[in-house]
Every structure is written in C-alpha cells, then in structure tokens.
Design a protein around this ligand. Sequence first.
Ligand SMILES: NC(=O)c1ccc[n+]([C@@H]2O[C@H](COP(=O)([O-])OP(=O)(O)OC[C@H]3O[C@@H](n4cnc5c(N)ncnc54)[C@H](OP(=O)(O)O)[C@@H]3O)[C@@H](O)[C@H]2O)c1
Length: 275
Amino acid sequence: MKVLILGSKGMLGADLMSVFSEYEPTGVDKEEVDITDESAVKAVIERVEPTVVINATGYTNVDGSETKEGFEMATKINGLAVGMLADLCEKKGVTLVHFSTDYVFDGRKKGEYKEADEPAPINRYGESKFIGEQLLQQKSTKYYLIRTSWLFGKHGGNFVSKMLELAGKGETLKVVNDQVGKPTWTMDLAESVLNLLIEARPFGIYHLVNEDAVSWYDFAHEIFEMTGVKAEVAPIGSEEARRAARRPRNSVLASAKFPLLRSHKEALQNYISTL
Ligand SMILES: NC(=O)c1ccc[n+]([C@@H]2O[C@H](COP(=O)([O-])OP(=O)(O)OC[C@H]3O[C@@H](n4cnc5c(N)ncnc54)[C@H](OP(=O)(O)O)[C@@H]3O)[C@@H](O)[C@H]2O)c1
C-alpha cells in the first residue's frame, strides 16, 4: 500500500500520518499542495504514485460557512475539489478515502442515521460536504466515503480542548443539551480507516464513530469528571447558544457495515492520558 495523505497537518491528518507510519505515507498540507489547485494535486499524485489517497483536508468552520465568502471557500474545498480529486484518482485506478460528516443530515430522524439514509443538510457547511459526497460518488468507483462526527484529537482545536481552556477562566460554561451525537477520537478513526483498507472492505459509504451517543452538555460533564478539572456547567438550548449555523438535533450515526468502535468514554480516557 503506497499512501498519500492530503491535509496531513490537520487534526485527523496528523493522526492518520502516525497510524499509517509503517507504510511510510507521504503527507502534504495546504502550503505544499492546495487541494483546489488541480495541477498541484495532479503533480503530487504523479510524483508519489500512490495506491491510496486519503483526503483529510477540509474547510471545517461550520459557522464561518454561513457567510458568502465562507460558503464559497467551503464549496471549493469540501465540494468541487473532491470531485476533481475523484476524477484524477479514478483515471489512475487509485483508491480514494474521503471524510464527510453527521451534518449532512437534518437531525429529524427518530433513531440513528445509517449509511443508506438520505442527506438533507440544514446548514451551509453540511451543504458543501454533501456536494463533495455527490461528486465523489458520481466520479469514482474505488472510494471509501467515511462519515464521522464530533472529532477530538491532539492536533487541532476541538470541544474537549475548548472546555478545558474555558474552565480555566472560572466562568459558568453554558453548553447545549438538545443536540446529541457520538464524539469520536481521531486516533480510533484513523485505526479504523487502516483496518478498512487492510481488510479490503467493499467500496462505499461507512459511518465510523466511537459508540454511545451523548449531548454536548453530558459530554462536557464527562470531560470534567475524567480530568478532575473543576467547572460549573449549565445546560442551554440551541436557540440560546445563538450560533450562526443551525445544527441537527440528532447527529447520531449508526455504523451498520463495520465492527463497532469502542465507547467514546474509553476513547476520551485514553486521549486524556496522552495529553
Ligand atoms: N472536526 C470534526 O468534528 C469533524 C466531524 C466530521 C467530519 N469531519 C471531516 O473530517 C475531515 C478532517 O477534519 P479535521 O477536524 O481534521 O480538520 P482540520 O483540523 O481543520 O484539518 C484540515 C486540514 O486541511 C487543510 N486545508 C484546508 N484548506 C485546504 C486546501 N485548500 N488545500 C489543502 N489543505 C487544506 C487545513 O490546513 P489549515 O489549517 O492551514 O487551513 C488542515 O491542515 C474534514 O473533511 C472534515 O470535514 C470533521
């Protein structure tokens, strides 16, 4: 397996680099290869001659995507560039691994979202990711489209790091309790991606998430309990949080095609021990 990782310095990309280290992956990030630059992407694929390309890039600013400029960027990076990458990989017979999100769903379903459920995004970030999903599926036959959710990891800002940072300021933290999802550790996700490839699972859509759904409010409590950090946490509703982008109330992904990952609580404990 010869692996090229795009977005190798991002939160997920950096953990992919370490989990795939025995395959000596080539990692590039924005400053070397801008994923929206077709000739740069083509050149790196021709130079590295990978058998697998893992696209861990993304415009991940959910609220920022609601502005005109933000949505343009999101559409280019999360949408159009994915189509272009899928084209290039398909022409060379290269397997493409790409990541999408729970935010492609509207959150109105009673019960967990399975791989075959129809996306219906309710915010611009979700729209941009859905454009990428559609182009990937149209242009590629050898793809793994991996939907995941609520990532936390060492190499990027995330909910866990934010909670710990805010706790230090001594204020009461208001955290939404009407959005439910499955927090997922980037190391566990990266290991699942490796297994997916090693086991040569059928191409298609996979939901890869740590198990056990919680609200952001419950998750905040778990973080403080496990770290022993003292903080006042108060539950609020989504309206009170006044974010630019609407979020689905039900963000819970069901993994129906791959062995379930461990509980997010175990993963969180493990993650905290590495900090
Ligand atoms: N974070 C989550 O909770 C979450 C949940 C579900 C799905 N996902 C998906 O998982 C993937 C990885 O997310 P992440 O949280 O690891 O994101 P991240 O930490 O923001 O990493 C994304 C990486 O892509 C790079 N990048 C941005 N624009 C680029 C461009 N035009 N060309 C090349 N590289 C570019 C970023 O560089 P700069 O930092 O320099 O911009 C960064 O290194 C994304 O597809 C995201 O949509 C994330």
